[in-house]
Design a protein around this ligand. Structure first.
Ligand SMILES: Cc1cc2nc3c(=O)[nH]c(=O)nc-3n(C[C@H](O)[C@H](O)[C@H](O)COP(=O)(O)O)c2cc1C
Length: 378
């Protein structure tokens, strides 16, 4: 399993739809360009734990397992949805789903739109249910397809394609606005969303792609009946950035540059969600190591999600590299627990946190007192 894979190698196979061609271009851009936030960060650098020098735990006994959408995860981590619909995506989904099953973490797939448009694209998703029968699997479809009239039958199809335990509706109005072909008519979106949620047999999450959710959004997400939120805040991969690089028309190219850093930082959006939402929260967007995962859990997330780190790990050295990366990340989560006296992830959720800098300033602007986090007991 030591083969290095690149989109170019598989690119020889003809992509059959505009959707799958666009998805392939996204992958190439993410692998070949720096598309991370420029002057915006996740805010996680402003969150500090309080060190316990007299910790009296056995590090090895710390339990990192959690339950999410009815599945047990060995570690509180989900591979954020990225791929599907073309030959390269099939290979990535093949590898990623093997990693998820072996390590018992969660896995999201990328938008399943391509498979609704072209039956040939189905295999790139169906491989996930064969490789990962027991791991948590999260399906994915965009707000644009919902407005265009996604039906309850389509929804059922999307779920059964990967045997999904939960389904993410992704909201990406910024990204769509930087595409000439983007879905920018989102009229009646939330009414349609709410009807589909009522028709769904599995939990539905609201997912962003790198700009996070505001207080306004979270109220609407609650009202629509979502069971979970996958934050995907700003500070990580910028989809305005990716689309700006892909664009040929200067209007879109320049607008992508101008809006490169648009959005709510991951730490802020996670805190806003925790303050107002009782369902599951996945803290995500720019998460790059286990300490950042631990910080998001302490801020109230049930699990954390990462996209681009897995893309690089899987591309560089396939399964083995991804598992090594995961071992590192989980060791860092374990260490954060050890050094804060947390025997379980639930314990970690209540430890005191110091929130400083711009994140503290922004929280105050949203009417939240950052001092409440430092006075927590553990
Ligand atoms: C190559 C690639 C393709 C993606 N495709 C999708 C997608 O189809 N649907 C979706 O909801 N998010 C998609 N995303 C967004 C990620 O799930 C995630 O929200 C975003 O990249 C921010 O996370 P990160 O900073 O860890 O990369 C994609 C991300 C990458 C890197």
């Amino acid at each position: 399993m030591e083969s290095k894979i690149t989109p170019h190698e598989i690119n020889g196979k003809k992509e059959t739809t505009i959707t799958s061609e666009r998805k392939l271009a996204h992958l190439q851009i993410c692998l070949e360009h720096d598309v991370q936030g420029r002057n915006i960060t996740t805010g996680l650098e402003d969150i500090s734990f309080v060190h316990h020098a007299t910790t009296d735990l056995n590090m090895e006994d710390i339990d990192l397992s959690i339950e999410l959408f009815g599945k047990k995860l060995q570690f509180p981590l989900v591979i954020s949805g990225m791929t599907g619909g073309h030959a390269f995506a099939q290979q990535l989904n093949d590898y990623l789903s093997q990693v998820a099953e072996k390590t018992q973490i969660g896995m999201g797939v990328g938008s399943q739109r391509a498979a609704l448009e072209d039956t040939q694209a189905r295999e790139s998703f169906e491989i996930v249910k064969r490789n990962a029968p027991t791991a948590l699997k999260i399906g994915n479809i965009g707000a644009g397809q919902i407005v265009e009239g996604l039906s309850a039958v389509d929804l059922k199809d999307i779920v059964s394609m990967i045997d999904a335990d939960a389904l993410a509706f992704h909201f990406n109005p910024l990204q769509e606005s930087i595409q000439p072909e983007g879905d920018t008519n989102l009229q009646d979106l939330m009414d349609k969303v709410s009807k589909l949620i009522n028709a769904s047999s599995i939990p539905i999450l609201a997912k962003e792609v790198g700009s996070g959710f505001s207080k306004f959004d979270i109220v609407r997400i609650k009202k629509a009946g979502f069971t979970g939120i996958d934050i995907q805040g700003a500070g990580g991969t910028s989809w305005a950035g990716v689309e700006s690089i892909r664009a040929e028309d200067p209007k879109y190219k320049n607008t992508g540059e101008v809006f490169w850093d648009w959005g709510l930082p991951t730490a802020i959006s996670t805190i806003l969600a925790k303050e107002q939402f009782n369902g599951h929260i996945i803290g995500s967007g720019g998460v790059r190591n286990g300490l950042e995962v631990a910080k998001l859990l302490a801020l109230g997330a049930d699990a954390a999600g990462m996209a681009i780190p897995f893309l690089f790990a899987i591309q560089e050295n396939s399964i083995e590299k991804s598992i090594k990366f995961l071992e590192e990340v989980t060791y860092q989560i374990r260490l954060a627990c050890f050094l804060t006296g947390s025997q379980t992830i639930n314990d970690l959720r209540t430890v005191p946190l110091i929130i400083s800098g711009k994140t503290a300033e922004l929280l105050r602007a949203f009417g939240i007192n950052p001092g409440e986090y430092s006075s927590r007991q553990n």
